[in-house]
Ligand binder design. Structure first.
Ligand code: HEM
Length: 420
């Protein structure tokens, strides 16, 4: 992307997959404002069909694959699960899980940071989504989902998403065969959980599944079992890897840069009384570190594709109806005029300036903006502050980490740390 921008300027066209065809990349704030702008942009559609890539994993009813009014309806049903009070009720849970996972580490031992962060984010999302925290079903789900998502980040499985002809089930030992069997096992557990909850409703629970079981759309309709399965799977997949990656990067920067770490420790120590989740959420330097982490190497490099509804003139070029475009989050976050020294990790920039939603967009924007945005930010802050307040860590390698591709997202090359 950097070399394309260098060679062709702000706007360039790339073919990432034959199925979607050429995509025009944009990264200037004024172009992104037009593309992502209003909640119901008249110029651009955000068709779910272009995200069909994720269908084998998430299912045909997944929010990511829906378009138009069906997409709007599903967002309305899902959004309340991620609002203020409800989200804050997960605060203690996130702290407990972090302490649980960190206490499994042994002093003096070196550990892969991503593995520990994946464990935390998987447990957080499983408990927030299902309210499950023990028992054989929870353990099975944790194991099977972990295996399935790990598999999805290897190049073959990823290719199978891009090229449907590779989706051949040659038995349980073939890669696609393994994936299909794995998915069937996960589905069985999810459907069992849904059935049990329908048979024994408990309104006092505060997990997302409980909320979705009682949710009704404008026509008074409830979600069907297959709809529930696909949305639960979507939240588990979208909320697990992304947050684990963001946490891994954040710890890397904090332990790579002593001045950043010292400043953060001073801020945390200055909080009087227990570290209340509500107080933590508003700490300026902690917020700046999380923001800078998602700026310098955004987990999602691109927004989902959008398509022109009519002929659109944008930044001096004419886009015919049906042109596929994407917001390039990575390049938007590396514009020298917006972020001086864009390749440097400088949290202070977020204390000195407010950025518009088209200059800073790690969660995309408009009708498909990430629904887990507040949840992910909340989780990052709680996990980081819990780790810094409870264990002493150090990077085990002096080499710098670099961003590498991980499935459909981007994340750091392996980072190892040591518990001091
Ligand atoms: C640091 C963590 C995360 C990052 C960086 C991230 C980033 C993104 C981005 C870039 C998009 C595309 C937005 C667009 O096209 O405009 C997206 C969509 C989405 N995200 Fe996230 N995300 C994160 C965490 C989460 C979490 C925790 C959840 C749920 C629990 C979640 C659920 C979703 C869903 C369901 C969509 C699709 C929305 C739609 O199609 O309407 N994400 N995310």
């Amino acid at each position: 992307m950097r070399s394309c921008r260098h060679r062709y300027g702000d706007r360039f066209t790339v073919t990432l997959s034959q199925r979607v065809g050429p995509i025009v990349f944009f990264s200037s704030p004024d172009a992104l404002q037009v593309i992502l702008g209003g909640e119901d942009s008249e110029l651009f559609d955000a068709p779910g069909e272009l995200n069909a890539l994720v269908e084998p994993l998430l299912g045909p009813q997944s929010l990511m694959g829906l378009s138009g009014s069906r997409h709007r309806r599903m967002r309305q049903l899902l959004m309340p699960s991620f609002h203020g009070e409800r989200m804050r009720s997960y605060g203690q849970l996130i702290r407990d899980i972090t302490e649980e996972v960190m206490s499994e580490l042994v002093a003096g031992n070196v550990f892969p940071v991503r593995k520990a962060m994946q464990k935390i984010s998987m447990r957080v999302i499983l408990r927030a989504v299902f309210g499950l925290n023990q028992g054989p079903r929870y353990q099975e789900l944790e194991r099977l989902l972990g295996a399935m998502l790990d598999r999805m980040s290897n190049p073959f499985s990823l290719s199978a998403l891009f090229f449907p002809m590779l989706r051949q089930d040659f038995g349980p030992l073939s890669p696609w065969g393994q994936f299909v069997r794995n998915r069937e096992q996960v589905d069985r557990l999810i459907y069992d959980e849904i059935a049990e909850r329908r048979n024994h409703p408990d309104a006092s629970r505060n997990d997302i599944l409980t909320l979705l079981l009682s949710a009704r759309d404008e026509a008074g309709e409830a979600l069907t079992d297959p709809e529930l399965r696909d949305e639960l799977m979507t939240l588990l997949v979208a909320g697990h890897e992304t947050t684990a990656t963001a946490l891994t990067w954040a710890l890397y920067w904090i332990y790579k840069l002593p001045t950043v770490r010292e400043k953060l420790l001073r801020e945390l120590q200055a909080v009087s009384g227990p570290l209340d989740p509500g107080v933590l959420f508003r700490l300026p330097y902690l917020n700046a570190i999380c923001s800078e982490t998602l700026r310098i190497y955004p987990v999602g490099l691109l927004t989902f594709p959008r398509v022109t509804r009519a002929r659109v003139e944008l930044k001096g070029s004419v886009l015919e109806p049906g042109t596929v475009v994407a917001g390039c989050i990575y390049l938007a976050h590396h514009r020298e005029e917006v972020y001086p020294d864009p390749d440097e990790f400088i949290p202070e920039r977020f204390l000195e300036r407010r950025y518009s939603p088209f200059e800073y967009l790690p969660f995309g924007g408009g009708v498909r903006r990430c629904i887990g945005m507040a949840f992910a930010q909340f989780e990052m802050k709680l996990v980081i502050s819990s780790i810094l307040s409870s264990v002493e860590l150090a990077l085990a390698d002096t080499r710098s980490a670099r961003p590498v591709r991980r499935g459909l997202t981007s994340g750091p090359s392996p980072i190892r740390m040591m518990v001091k």
